[in-house]
Write a protein that binds this ligand. Sequence first.
Ligand code: PHE
Length: 450
Amino acid sequence: MEKTSVSRETFSSRFGVLMAMAGSAVGLGNLWRFPYMVSEYGGAMFVITYLVFMLVLCLPILFSEFIIGRRSQKNAFGAFRVLGKKKAWGLAGLISVITPFIILCYYSVVGGWSIYYLGKSFTFSSNLSQDYLSQMFGSLVTSVELPILLHGAFILLTAVIVMAGVKKGIEKFGKIMMPLLFIMVTALAIYSMHLNGAAEGYRFMFIPDLSLFSTKTCVAALGQAFFSLSLGCGTMLTYASYVSKDEDIVKSSVGIAFSDFIFAILSSMAILPAVFVFNMADAQGPGLVFEALPFIFSHMKFGGVIAVIFFVTLLVAALTSSISLFEVVIAYLVEEKKMKRGIACVITSIIIFVLGAFCSLSFGPLSELKIFGNTIFEAFDKLSANILLILGSLLTVIFVSWVMKKEDVIDEFTNQGRLKNHKKFFPFIWFIIRYLAPIIVFIIFISNFC
Ligand code: PHE
């Protein structure tokens, strides 16, 4: 293996690793997408399918990203190229650098909307009508300057944290913000418990109804699990490259997946009862967070305060995810292109700002511009979430189980043989990574094009 550079930063503590990685996982995917998916794809059946995929497929894929990242101690591109020996594997690495870049372009537009709603929530009056709120959302996203400016502000916030470095920026931010986030989401979930009629929401989420299960539930649950756990796009791999050789990969991965799941459940427990109580089951997608929730807040006791808490939560969750996406690109530019960290941050921010501006404009003046029938925003979203993330995960498991040496994989998985217990269940994990995961992920990848 190539010698690693001495100056490379690492996370300083186990708690820091967990918070940074859980911070990457917990984001808009949990607070906005998961509750909407639950309501769309079969309630408790979706939750159960999601949990099964998470345990059986996503955990082994997360182990794989850990193994590649920590073994190589390199950025996503460098990791595939160095461990893969052949130049062609650099291409897989390149996909892992390009995907987060594409995700960031539209993720930060939504991040910008969160900033707007956070500002607005300080002055929400009570009993706002649905029409008023949908107009508010419509006029924000279709206008030109404001959403672009807010998108720029979101990128700036992200870049400033990443510029501060791995320990002082990413780890510190995660350590402070993740526990805070947990408290805020829990508070919201408890608040929703007190709504009259919340039980209907819980019943839908927790009591399975077999008739609501279909193949669509499976595809949606797996896609959601990849997105939510930040798999297949070099983020976990890059963070893993900053993890010390003593860290237990299995423990950390289980901790990350567990926190991600808890956050998704808690945010559904906060949002779904309210949606049922106020009879807003039709609201979905971007509308759920930005139209329906403000409506609900404006009809609640202490709704103003709850709204502020919710949008701070949403913004912080989005930021801890966006910094992980940003770091993938920066690590690549610093290590492969020998750029200074500050310069890499500035250049990346500018390009994302410009491309993201097009995503933002695709709700307004550029709404007629279509790429294969999708607006620019939709095209960026679909290309990354439905195609590149799945492709990235597929390449990751193939790489670990068919390209890397098995002894190296075992060595990394068991911390050079020190974790004896891990050796015992390694054959089971190996079977999943080598056979089960590639087949299932491939089938889902292909189903995109059918
Ligand atoms: N996991 C993040 C979320 O749930 C999104 C994300 C995807 C972050 C891919 C990094 C990589 O919002």
